[in-house]
Design a protein around this ligand. Structure first.
Ligand code: F2R
Ligand code: MG
Ligand code: MG
Ligand code: MG
Length: 356
């Protein structure tokens, strides 16, 4: 499989998760039977169905991708300007409720200090929403040859909107997961080792960041969560993967989460990708593992578009464009655009000057 196929798979996977997961965002859970019908209808060439629009997840991914491409690397002010322009052109793409204030601040200051408005969010605590993680896949593609640059750019692009440690560390984890998927041969995937590698990387990153004290996110009980939050969630992912079947929904909700916060959605998206390597009870997918991943992610409910977009970006990078069902893609908005971001990222990544 070529790297171009994986780049295209990742951009299409992210787009499809967003478009197909969007209609269920905020539902408590989505029955797998209902989703079997949903996917069957989408795959039926005779069915005429309403078009599935993309949401903020893709609108922001587009800005990250085009900024990295046009600048041949990271340029904070340019990226902030693109986020702001995109938001004010189409504010009704389902953005998070607080991030509007960041775009107002950026517009009013002409992005003079692109990080300042985000630092003012939530009484100076910053946002821990998953908005920085949901758009980070282009960073993993652009920096596929340079892990240090990937971590640095994932962090800095987050801080334009999400300055809370849990917000930007979630983006780093999602970026590392997409990179790991890009570099893993399908026959070589060991789901426990994949998770262990991410745990080791996040432990190191969280250790370095440990002096940054953060406020409690509200529902956390696994102290000391503020120093190793992501590594601990990934340990839970590993324990779930070692069971013969996924645990009951309440356990996934309680121990991983399906929430708009990065901590309670990024590890969940990684779990969806890894769990869907095997068949899953109640999920019909014509043995297509990519479709199974999107289906499983949506079935968990909660932040369905974002968790499906993040797991789709990982799964697409792993399986490549060829495994993404065309019958499903035809319902998604902006497929041609997503392909063009992938193609340009592939070209730009070979001669990029990275570093944030
Ligand atoms: N916002 C949504 N969905 C809501 C429904 C939208 C509706 N369909 C519509 O069309 O209007 N989805 C999108 O938002 C998520 C990404 O959000 P992002 O970019 O992280 O935004 P924000 O506002 O920074 O954070 C989201 C919420 O998290 C809570 N929060 C964050 N930091 C906090 C802190 N320090 N203290 C307390 N709460 C904090 C707040 O509730 C924020 O509003 C994606 O799901 C995307 O699809
Ligand atoms: Mg969205
Ligand atoms: Mg939405
Ligand atoms: Mg969402």
């Amino acid at each position: 499989m070529t790297m171009l196929s994986r780049f295209r798979g990742s951009m299409l996977g992210s787009l499809m998760g967003d478009c197909l997961g969007g209609p269920f965002e905020g539902d408590a859970v989505v029955s797998r039977t209902h989703l079997n019908n949903y996917f069957q209808q989408l795959r039926d060439p005779k069915k005429r169905l309403p078009f599935k629009p993309y949401t903020d997840d893709t609108a922001m991914t587009k800005s990250v991708a085009l900024s990295l491409i046009d600048n041949k690397g990271y340029n904070a002010q340019d990226m902030a300007k693109r986020f702001t322009k995109e938001y004010f052109a189409e504010p009704k793409r389902g953005y998070g409720s607080a991030v509007h204030d960041v775009f107002m601040g950026l517009r009013n200051s002409n992005c003079e200090d692109p990080y300042r408005p985000a630092q003012r969010q939530f009484q100076g605590m910053g946002s821990y929403g998953n908005g920085a993680a949901m758009r980070v896949a282009p960073v993993a593609l652009m920096a596929h040859n340079d892990e240090a640059a990937a971590i640095e750019i994932a962090t800095m692009q987050s801080k334009i909107t999400h300055s809370h440690k849990l917000g930007y560390q979630g983006a780093v984890l999602q970026c590392l997961a997409v990179r790991a998927a890009l570099h893993t041969q399908p026959d070589d995937l060991n789901v426990v080792k994949f998770t262990d590698d991410l745990i080791a990387k996040m432990r190191e990153i969280e250790k370095k960041d440990a002096d940054t004290v953060v406020e409690d996110v509200g529902e956390e009980s696994d102290a000391p969560w503020n120093t190793t939050s992501y590594a601990r969630r990934l340990e839970t992912v590993k324990s779930f993967l070692q069971k013969p079947e996924p645990p009951p929904m309440e356990e996934i909700h309680g121990l991983l989460g399906v929430h708009v916060s990065a901590l309670k959605s990024v590890p969940t998206a990684i779990y969806c990708f890894l769990a869907s390597q095997k068949s899953l009870p109640g999920i019909e997918c014509n043995n297509n593992k990519f479709q199974r991943c999107i289906h499983f992610a949506i079935s968990l409910g909660g932040d369905t578009d974002t968790i499906a977009a993040m797991s789709g970006a990982i799964a697409g990078a792993f399986f490549g464009e060829e495994h993404i069902p065309q019958e499903l893609l035809r319902h998604c908005e902006a497929v041609k655009n997503a392909l063009s971001w992938a193609d340009k990222l592939c070209e730009a990544s070979s001669n990029a000057k990275l570093g944030a």
